[in-house]
Structures are given as structure tokens and as C-alpha cells.
Write a protein that binds this ligand. Sequence first.
Ligand code: DX5
Ligand code: ZN
Length: 220
Amino acid sequence: MSVVISPSILNCDFGHLADELAKISNADYTHVDIMDNHFVPNLALGLPLAEAAVKYSPAPVDAHLMIENPDHWAPIYAELGCASVTFHAEAAQAPVRLARELHKMGVRASLALRPATPIEPCVDILKEFDQILIMTVEPGFGGQSFLDSMLPKIERTRTAIRNAGLDVWIQVDGGISQATIERAAQAGANNFVAGSAVFAADDAYAEVETLRQMALAHTH
Ligand code: DX5
Ligand code: ZN
């Protein structure tokens, strides 16, 4: 299974966005968080910033939409050049239709689950997606602690994907650092979002590489 490292720019220095993005040129994806202060109690980024990330990021952009009405907004983020678009199961009216629409636009479709949302009701629609994002914190803010209680959900999701013979990535987002990435990889995640761990490091590029090696050593 491929290991994918996706630094989140939520807590980067937006005054120097292009420089911050250049620091993580070894990332597989640049993770861009979009928040509307309705789905989550915070407001972050939006279309102009996603557009800037698409323009300046050396890596393809992975948009994480923590917003109401993704059925309307997700295709707009695809249209502006994001390579992968994640929307939340709790917010989408028609997740299968939306995934198919994203695929028609040539974009990876990803379904996110908040900590209290189980994977089981989604097992039959796994095949419609390229990725499942299992939130390992309550979405809304960077710098929170990793929820170990999400490890069984990651394991059950990996088992369901294997049983169905699919090649669906499992992304984890929230509290990923050198202290937690091994446990997440061991449980079956292969795409790791890390915000504060990367941008608070003295050397963001080296941190991405360290996280990658740690995940690789615990992927099975
Ligand atoms: C939180 C966002 C994350 C956030 C992660 O709701 O979805 O992508 O930036 O930040 P850290 O890695 O600091 O937990
Ligand atoms: Zn995110």
C-alpha cells in the first residue's frame, strides 16, 4: 500500500503562502481545509485561498470541505483545480451522486467521517470512493490531540476495503505527529494529514520525510 503524506496548511503563515508551500515540496498532496462556521465552529480559507494553493503548491491539492451543502460546493473546488475533494458524510445529501460527479471531472472523490460517525452504513458505497477520511479529532481546529478511540474504526474500515477487494485509501486527519503516526499506520491508514507537526517543525521538509519513513515502517 502506498504511503501518502499530506501536510495541512491550516496553521501555516498565510502572509508567505508560496514560501510555506515551497517548504513542503516533498509532500504527496497539500491538504487545504475549508470551514464555513456552520458545519464546524470555525471559518477558514475558501475559494480564493484554494485557488492560490492550486497555483503555488508543488504538490497536487487535496481539499477538505468542512462545510454544509457540499453537493453544491464540491464540484466548484474540483473545477478550480483541486486534485482530490473530500466532503463529509454528515453534510452530503447525495454522496454517491456527488462522488460520480467528481469522477466525471477527473478528480479523486473522498468521503469524511466525524469521530462519532460509524463506517458501517457506508460499507456498501465504499466502491464509489477513492478515499475515506477518518477524522482523528473533532473537525474545526488544528493542534488538537489524536483520538486513540478512532483506531478500531480505522481497522474496521481497512478490513471492509480488503474484503471488498478495493483499492481505497484511508486518510487520517487530526493530531498526526511522530508520536501517533505509527499507531495510525498499524491500524490501516495510508494517507496522513499533519498540520501543526509539519509547520511547527524547524525543518518542514525533513519532518515530512521523517513521518513518511515512520509510516512506511508500520504499514502492512
Ligand atoms: C482539523 C483539520 C485538520 C488540521 C489538522 O479540523 O481538518 O486538517 O489542520 O491539524 P493538526 O495536524 O495540527 O491536528
Ligand atoms: Zn483537514
